[in-house]
Ligand binder design. Structure first.
Ligand code: ZN
Length: 67
């Protein structure tokens, strides 16, 4: 599965990580591709290289959603 992180933070300052199939996936110019990841935890680890406040999407990455 391919994952992406939103370039824009949400109200809390979190950068949400999404699967490519998520309804809430940002537009192509508003996301960074994280590539193929085995699971959401790996995707969030990669996203934290860009944004320390990366967090899994509540809808598509609940196992990596912490807040
Ligand atoms: Zn999502």
């Amino acid at each position: 599965m391919k994952y992406y992180v939103n370039k824009e933070s949400d109200k809390r300052g979190d950068h949400e990580v999404h699967k490519e199939i998520c309804f809430w996936l940002p537009d192509p110019n508003n996301r960074i591709a994280l590539g193929e990841c085995a699971n959401a935890h790996e995707a969030v680890r990669k996203a934290k290289e860009y944004y320390s406040t990366a967090d899994g999407c509540y809808h598509c990455c609940p196992e990596a959603h912490t807040h």
